[in-house]
Write a protein that binds this ligand. Structure first.
Ligand code: PLP
Length: 390
């Protein structure tokens, strides 16, 4: 309530993105929503609650702590899949709550089997196969051994899925590598036939895979970034629009980040603004102070470079980004006054600050920028048919 800035999450936009994705990933292929990294910085609690209302029944996270957050945020009992890190204690918790986990090596498989044995129940696992990304996964030999162990411990292991991860499906340069990964994946799958083991749900694709290689959707797609209204990269967006003949992106941004003007001052021509001598008023200016700084995730490299929106106009950052505030030039934002809404990311009137323009020259991915947004900024859900909450 007293926070200097807040993040708005647009329910209608999430719903629309989800419907668009569902149209790309047709049944019986299932769409899992990836909510790792605090739901790509949006706020996992709010996003999971909203997504559940949009009919999302399957969530993917990277680590066990993230699974706990999803578990606690969801009223209904969605499926949760852990794609990466989990330690022994958490394996017990996951088993107890029916959460499935990736298995990419023998050590983890044996640990999971032993813990399930102790609990006299089954652990639900996905076997991750190494197909050329060389991050995590089992090769032919590893898989062979794992399948033997799964068969020998059928009382304690339920094989619910078989998967791999594509290494850069958003970039044309990698397409040959991606196709080879799928070839390797399909070859490895032969072992399931030989062992007469059901591989469960087959899943390989992330958002870029869904868009660029729909033929590799298999039984499930794990899509993150598209749900939030962002493309994996520009190339993928361009290719999609060209292929479909659409003129505009069907995706809608879910996130906006807003603050307000705290104070306004007139500054004379040739005066320096803020710390040191980095910005000198080229003419008489009206300078507004906004109580958001690098401690809130407004990157210091946006000093003299970023901009915000005030009264529908762009207001450039003047001087250095401070720990808790920035100065912005509102000379051209007619009528700007203390208390005015300031948009740091999002739309105001006809203008928009996109996450990528937010740091155009920083060479940072949307993914990275989004996940840097601090958890401490309050999140509000808007456009869900309810009055705005605070
Ligand atoms: C992050 C991640 C995804 C989702 O990636 P997007 O590009 O956001 O769709 C899918 N699978 C795995 C294993 C991931 O780590």
């Amino acid at each position: 309530m007293f926070d200097p800035s807040y993040i708005e999450l647009d329910f209608d936009h999430l719903k629309s993105n989800r419907e668009f994705l569902a149209s790309l990933c047709k049944k019986p292929c299932e769409l899992s929503m990836v909510v790792k990294g605090n739901a790509y910085g949006h706020g996992v609690r709010e996003m999971v609650a909203m997504a559940a209302q949009c009919g999302v029944r399957h969530f993917s996270v990277y680590s066990a702590d993230e699974a706990v957050e999803v578990f606690e945020a969801a009223d209904s009992r969605p499926e949760i899949m852990i794609m990466g890190s989990i330690d022994n204690d958490a394996i017990g918790w996951a088993i107890h709550n029916n959460i499935s986990i990736y298995i990419f090596d023998h050590e983890r498989l044996e640990r999971a089997i032993n813990i399930a044995k102790g609990l006299k129940t089954k652990v639900r696992v996905h076997l991750e196969l190494e197909t050329g990304m060389n991050r995590t996964g089992m090769d032919q030999k590893g898989l062979n051994k794992a399948l033997e162990r799964v068969k020998a411990n059928a009382e304690y292991v339920q094989l619910v899925g078989t998967c791999t991860h594509l290494a850069g499906a958003e970039n044309r340069q990698n397409f040959e590598r991606i196709r080879n990964q799928i070839k390797t994946f399909n070859a490895l799958r032969q072992q399931f036939v030989q062992h007469q083991v059901d591989p469960g749900t087959i899943h390989t694709s992330c958002s870029a895979g869904l868009l660029n290689f729909p033929e590799y959707n298999f039984d499930r797609v794990r899509s993150g970034i598209l749900h939030y209204g962002f493309w994996p990269n520009d190339q993928t967006r361009e290719a999609f629009l060209q292929r479909t003949g659409l003129e505009q992106s069907p995706l809608k941004r879910v996130i906006s980040w807003k603050s307000h003007i705290m104070a306004i001052q007139d500054v004379q021509q040739n005066e320096w603004i803020g710390y040191g001598e980095t910005y000198r008023a080229p003419r008489n200016l009206r300078i507004a102070v906004v109580p958001v700084g690098y401690s809130h995730g407004f990157d210091r490299s946006l000093s003299n470079r970023g901009s915000v929106l005030v009264r529908g106009h762009s207001a450039p950052v003047a001087g250095i980004v401070n720990m808790n505030c920035i100065s912005v030039d509102v000379t051209d934002c007619r009528g700007a006054a203390p208390g005015d809404e300031v948009v740091l990311i999002g739309k105001q009137g006809e203008s928009e600050i996109t996450v990528s323009s937010f740091s155009e020259s920083l060479h940072v991915l949307n993914y990275e920028l989004l996940t840097r947004l601090p958890r401490s900024i309050p999140r509000k859900i808007v456009n869900n048919g309810l009055p705005h909450s605070s």
